[in-house]
Design a binder for this molecule. Sequence first.
Ligand code: BGC
Length: 750
Amino acid sequence: MDIERTLAELTLPEKAALVSGKNNWYTAAVDRLDLPALMMTDGPSGLRKQTNSGTTNINDAIQAITYPAAALSASTWNESLMHQLGEHLGIEARAEQVSLLLGPGVNMKRSPLGGRNFEYLAEDPLVAGKLGSAYVQGVQSQHVGVAVKHFAANNRENQLTASSDMSERTLRELYLRTFEIIVKSAYPATIMTSYNKINGVLNSQNERLLRRILRDEWGFHGAVMSDWGAVANTVQALKAGLDLEMPGKGQASVNDIIRAVHTGELDEGTLNKAVRHLLHVVDDWLPADHAQPYDHAAHHQFARKLADDGIILLKNHEDELPLDPQTTGKVVVIGELAENPRFQGSGSSHVNPTKLVSPLDALAGSGLKADYYPGYRLDQSETNGDLAEAALTAAKTADHVIIFAGYPKAAESEGFDKASLMLPENQSDLIGSLAKANVHTTVVLQNGSAVEMPWIHSVAAVVETYLAGEAVGEATWDIITGTVNPSGHLTETFPRRLTDTPMAPTFGQDPHHEYYTEGIFMGYRYYDTHEMHVLFPFGHGLSYTTFEYTNLKLTQNERGATVTFDVTNTGARSGQAVPQLYIANHASHVPMPTKELRAFTKVAIAPGETETVTLALDRRDFSWWCEPKARWQADSGDYEVMIGESSRDIRLQVKLTMDFKNSPAPITTETYMAAIVKNPQLRDLFKQVVLAPEYAGPENFLATTDDQGSLQIFQDRMFMNMPLRAVVALGGPQALITDFITRANTLLRQ
Ligand code: BGC
């Protein structure tokens, strides 16, 4: 398409219609110019294509493969699999002539109460950024665009237009960072703004966010669309840099835009910018070919593979698992969730699965011989005496007990936050009783985010399957029987209890504000810095084999450092390790978490084999956001690199000193004497200028020397803590100090 020509030919009402969205799932078409409508559908873990655009029933959509929710797919820590997930979704979207897939969801899991946490990737921006980028590249490799959502700092569901109030440093380092990584490395077609405000300004109408940061700083070239209904004032949104209001307020939005252009409130050039961005998206992402069918069975298998790679073995006391079907005796499977599994979240990400395989359906195929008892009713939280009793009786004589536990659909959803991290009481009580009745009790969890586990010490094993998608049954037994060696790791901390979370007292309380008072100390950055006990740390995940880490080597270069180390599979099974690299910053003088994740990988290793892992660090990995300078700053000084299997299981560490050749801070009247005395050149200059001989003498306290003739002042600790301007009070003439400042800055610039 000749974008500029089309733009020139469009009338004002046509342009207004284009930036307003036609309805829920289409942009406006302009038949006169053969400009087609573009179709978009949710995302992120399966297609929710609604054939009837007017429908308000979220579940009224085509059947599609239901992949694991992001909570589980991210637990793979596997960029290659996330790319493949994107490819599969892209192929399916193309088959449905969908141009834009509304995903991935990449907001931080700030509080485990967040209602949409299941749809998000991590509590750490690097994990979310790298996995999100791989997903975006995968989808877009199939000629289908994405909408990375929800931009930005959208971390609660209750009263979702509340203002996320935080410092600029917190915003940059945590809540914008993932988007920045994805924009810079994966070039997403579109970004979706969120419902909330940041520091009082509505995101869809926030020029600093949409133009200054997203486009000018990060170089974003795609289009910015709003979340559904997230725009309060269409004209203000366009002025701030929004390109597409979704689904638009129909003719009302169009009329507002036309009126604003006529009154001069909206410059037509600004409208043209938005139209241009949108035309590019239409041109770039319109389906290139006719719908091609795809292999449903193969895609279902991929859903299983992804779940296999993500499921996390949280606890495995005395190798309770795996249960080998050949040698395991009598097994009882308990819990209605085995029969009616929770395999996806509720809300706009809900998919109608093509082939849901429950754990009970897949039991026979697993080879295990087991009896099933529902144990509790999923739609109740009170114990059902008969069901519980029957399960307990069976458990007493079994060799192994497997209880499926989690939340009913209605408890975890988009649209509201949770109020507790406790499982329903009937399930929690049953787990406690089963564990007392049989020491070989395994808990299999189906949930969207962290839960409390008051029974943790009494059960033998815990398997976290989150919301595992339509192949939930097959994948669960793959792990329990050991057909697949677990390799999932948590991308969020499981705190011991809700009250341990830093934002517990205020989360979701104020209808208009969410106070990010914990600042950059969120997730493991908080728990680790305060050395708090947690239930399971960030990055944790067990395997049926063991890995040994040795041979850490580090080479520094101009840009940062390269770290290499060996990982050996010291067990008897093939497995995948997830080495995580954390940095501790001892160089900067601002508050710093004790460690921050700066690189990771996933590596498959055969028994007895060793793989060498290489991870690169660049300047940004040593940087923090400096508010006064409004830029990233890397400080010269001491750091520590740590390699671990979780943030609490550090296997190797090495100290290093970085020299970042920062341009020195200019000398001003506020510069402390310590900074001057520390620098030999400045110290000499100070002596020469401020302590000039004509001023030496008893009346100039500054020039007092000791018996050896050394200036006493340079040894005076009090003096070191004074700013340069205070030297006047000690007898330093103002004119000489001004002269010193000028000459010192000239010296520093040389
Ligand atoms: C959700 C988005 C979703 C959109 C369209 C909104 O309510 O927040 O994530 O893509 O609806 O269904």
